[in-house]
Design a protein around this ligand. Structure first.
Ligand SMILES: Cc1cc2nc3c(=O)[nH]c(=O)nc-3n(C[C@H](O)[C@H](O)[C@H](O)COP(=O)(O)OP(=O)(O)OC[C@H]3O[C@@H](n4cnc5c(N)ncnc54)[C@H](O)[C@@H]3O)c2cc1C
Ligand code: SF4
Ligand code: SF4
Ligand code: SF4
Length: 365
């Protein structure tokens, strides 16, 4: 039995969800880089709360899947600027404007251009500003500590959502205030170094960057780096550069939750041939709560079509196998270790160019 969440970090199991630091009543716990540490060991009374909310070392019963949909926002601007079909952004705006929620906990940049964080969005503009995926670690659940009572929606990755559920078993304020949990599908979150690597291969200095968007710009979209001189650099194939391969955190190598199994609503990309010509985008949506179905079906600003769960599952089949099959673990870990060494980056870049060349010229690599 682990005494504190520090041990989770020591065993490389921490996904940087933020819950342990948030729930610690004595402020003994903090983060060093993206790993929990005892900032003041004398304050720790070994209450064990920090380990009880950790998604990496606790199990929970999974709710059943109810209905699934292919959905998108009827507002083309929202649809174009979001990750998939803008389902989440449009749905949150609707919930806010019809009074179901007082605000939405979403992920946006505040103080640091490279480190997004959880924010409580209380306007349509704030929800839109926070749209699209951020492909770097975000301790979303840190926000629980200072959250005032109210009715909120929460958006997060599978580890954020599982940890939210564990938190709700302990903390009544969070149990009653977060009334709807929206989870993203997730293969893994690239480490912060993945972004450094992309800037490196583009020859961009970090100090020249004003803003980063990893998705948006249609579907599947592009990564956009806005410079201080307002020049925008776009990369459409960012995952092929090595970004999605050499920088996988250990916690993600051990994680098997692809569909945000504990969320009321889960949302992902429609990685199926029939959607590849759709350049505006569609979101695949899974529901696990009857009230969520009523809210979705009552949202006139969304286009929704019911689809089968097997279709949604098929859209992630390859990613699911990569993430859950033991045989892939060693290979993924090896690549992830390579990404640690900055001096190897230019070699990796050359290597991924070489791999792309080989892929074009061989059938099965
Ligand atoms: C790290 C990561 C990995 C993913 N892996 C997959 C995958 O393997 N397969 C797949 O189909 N889909 C994956 N997704 C989900 C996909 O990218 C879209 O987010 C999803 O389809 C929702 O699209 P949308 O247009 O409805 O959302 P939008 O309307 O664009 O809204 C997205 C919402 O997610 C929030 N958000 C963005 N990034 C984060 C973050 N890092 N942590 C918490 N909240 C965040 C935003 O604040 C916003 O509220 C991943 C997303 C992330 C962030
Ligand atoms: S006081 Fe409790 S929650 Fe805080 S670090 Fe110690 S064991 Fe964890
Ligand atoms: S996964 Fe979350 S709860 Fe567990 S150690 Fe890391 S930050 Fe803390
Ligand atoms: S793979 Fe698992 S641990 Fe990693 S970010 Fe996704 S949900 Fe969290």
């Amino acid at each position: 039995m682990m005494e504190t969440a520090v041990e989770v970090g020591r065993r490389n199991l921490c996904s940087y969800c933020g819950s342990c630091v948030s729930i610690c009543q004595t402020s003994a716990l903090g983060f060093k880089n993206d790993t929990p540490c005892l900032v003041d060991a004398e304050r720790c009374n070994y209450c064990g709360l920090c380990t009880k909310v950790c998604p990496s070392i606790n199990e929970l019963e999974k709710p059943s899947v109810l209905k699934c949909y292919a959905a998108y926002s009827k507002n083309e601007e929202i649809r174009f600027n979001s990750s998939s079909g803008g389902f989440i952004t449009q749905f949150l705006i609707d919930l806010l404007e019809n009074g179901t929620i007082d605000g939405a906990i979403v992920c946006d940049y505040k103080d640091d251009v490279f480190a997004p964080q959880a924010i409580l969005a209380k306007s349509r503009e704030d929800i839109i500003k926070a749209s699209a995926s951020k492909y770097c670690p975000v301790p979303m659940n840190l926000i629980f500590k200072d959250l005032k009572e109210g009715s909120y929606a929460f958006v997060g990755l599978p580890c954020h959502i599982k940890s939210l559920r564990l938190y709700q078993n302990i903390d009544n304020k969070i149990k009653h205030s977060i009334i709807i949990a929206i989870g993203l599908f997730c293969n893994h979150t690239p480490k912060f170094q993945a972004t450094d690597y992309v800037l490196y291969i583009l020859g961009i200095r970090k100090k020249d960057v004003k803003k980063i968007r990893y998705r948006g710009d249609g579907w599947p979209g592009s990564m956009q780096v806005m410079l201080n001189n307002d020049h925008v650099v776009k990369i459409t194939n960012v995952w092929d550069t090595g970004f999605g391969k050499y920088f996988i955190p250990d916690a993600c190598l051990n994680c098997k939750d692809v569909f945000s199994d504990y969320a009321d609503i889960s949302v992902g990309d429609p990685w199926l041939q029939e959607y590849y010509s759709d350049k505006l985008g569609t979101s695949f949506v899974i529901t696990r709560k009857t009230s969520a179905i009523h809210l979705i079906e009552g949202c006139g600003r969304l286009s929704i079509n019911e689809v089968s769960y097997s279709k949604v599952f098929d859209s992630q089949k390859t990613l699911y196998e990569i993430k859950t099959q033991r045989k892939n673990y060693r290979k993924r870990r090896l690549f992830s270790r390579l990404g640690k060494h900055k001096v190897l980056w230019s070699f990796l870049y050359q290597k991924s160019r070489f791999e792309r060349f080989m892929k074009r010229h061989t059938k099965d690599l």
